[in-house]
Design a protein around this ligand. Structure first.
Ligand SMILES: NC(=O)C1=CN([C@@H]2O[C@H](COP(=O)(O)OP(=O)(O)OC[C@H]3O[C@@H](n4cnc5c(N)ncnc54)[C@H](O)[C@@H]3O)[C@@H](O)[C@H]2O)C=CC1
Ligand SMILES: O=C(O)[C@@H]1CCC=N1
Length: 276
């Protein structure tokens, strides 16, 4: 973490409503990165098991209800519940969130909706992805009219402790969500499909899964380290007249069409969630 990021986050108390996949990962990441001490990270959830695990792993402070947690008057509040329950949380806490910097990670819930529900708050939307759990995530950030430049910089510093964090327009954040937010599932599907193809071709299931996983990690590391365009990287694997060329001839059209259709479907669902 840079000195500027440390300065922006240093004295802050971050409260997280919802300790699920994302809320829990953000809480752990903030402490594990050294961005904040556990006592400055507050987390609430209906599920006591999730809270106990987080308190034990990261030393964060946990609360059974959001009302008890917000009574501590945290400066930054992260809304990490599902979009379908967010409206109820906003309605319950509109007054409690007066003056707070509120960060929503809910897919599809627009700045306009959030700011209408929280007239006294400064609102920023973030679309992270699941690898924030290992601090190798990617997050898009967009500030509402209620948020100043310093608020957006603070939220960027917060998510930079969990991987890549870029500020962009709200329409771009929705596109980033459909690509990058969902991508961990797309890549996991690729791992599963290749594993199944390997088993069909005669590999033992455990060998196939372990070796495909190792390859996924190796490709991510070597592609990033080389700085190459993915097609240049592909060419280094593809011998003229060889096996990869034969395989890519089959895979490429289906995969490209599938990715375009998948992102279109995710964007259509984002628009539905935005309508409420
Ligand atoms: N899972 C993912 O990969 C991503 C999720 N998101 C967004 O993050 C948000 C959370 O998603 P997940 O973490 O996947 O969901 P999750 O279901 O794993 O976690 C949500 C948590 O909120 C708790 N909760 C529900 N109502 C509550 C309330 N009133 N007070 C306190 N806690 C409450 C639930 O008990 C649950 O533990 C969603 O809005 C989603 O759109 C964004 C990017 C990626
Ligand atoms: O499926 C979802 O709604 C969330 C948002 C981005 C990734 N997962």
């Amino acid at each position: 973490m840079s000195d500027t990021e440390k300065d922006l986050l240093g004295g802050q108390t971050v409260a997280i409503i919802g300790a699920g996949s994302m809320g829990g990962s953000i809480a752990r990441g903030l402490v594990e990165s050294g961005a904040l001490p556990g006592e400055q990270v507050l987390v609430c959830d209906h599920n006591p098991g999730k809270l106990a695990a987080l308190a034990q792993q990261a030393g964060v402070r946990t609360f059974a209800t959001s009302a008890e947690m917000l009574a501590e008057k945290p400066g930054i509040v992260v809304l990490a519940v599902k979009p379908q329950v967010l409206a109820a949380v906003l309605e319950q806490h509109a007054a409690d969130l007066d003056g707070a910097l509120v960060v929503s990670i809910a897919a599809g819930v627009t700045l306009a909706t959030l700011e209408a529900a929280l007239p006294g708050a400064r609102v920023v939307r973030v679309m992270p992805n699941l690898p924030v759990s290992v601090r190798s995530g990617a997050s898009a950030i967009t500030g509402g009219a209620s948020a100043g430049e310093a608020d957006v910089a603070t939220v960027q510093a917060l998510f930079a402790t969990l991987g890549s964090a870029k500020v962009m327009r709200e329409d771009q954040l929705d596109a980033e969500g459909a690509v990058v937010g969902c991508a961990p599932a797309y890549f996991a599907l690729m791992v599963d499909a290749l594993t199944r193809a390997g088993i069909r071709a005669g590999l033992r299931a455990t060998d196939a899964r372990e070796m495909v996983n190792a390859t996924m990690l190796g490709v991510a590391e070597s592609l990033a380290a080389s700085g190459e365009h993915p097609r240049a990287y592909m060419e280094r694997v593809t011998s003229p007249g060889g096996t990869t060329a034969a395989a890519l001839y089959e895979l490429e059209p289906a995969l490209v069409d599938g990715c375009y259709d998948a992102v279109d479907a995710a964007l259509a669902r984002t628009a539905e969630l935005a309508r409420g």
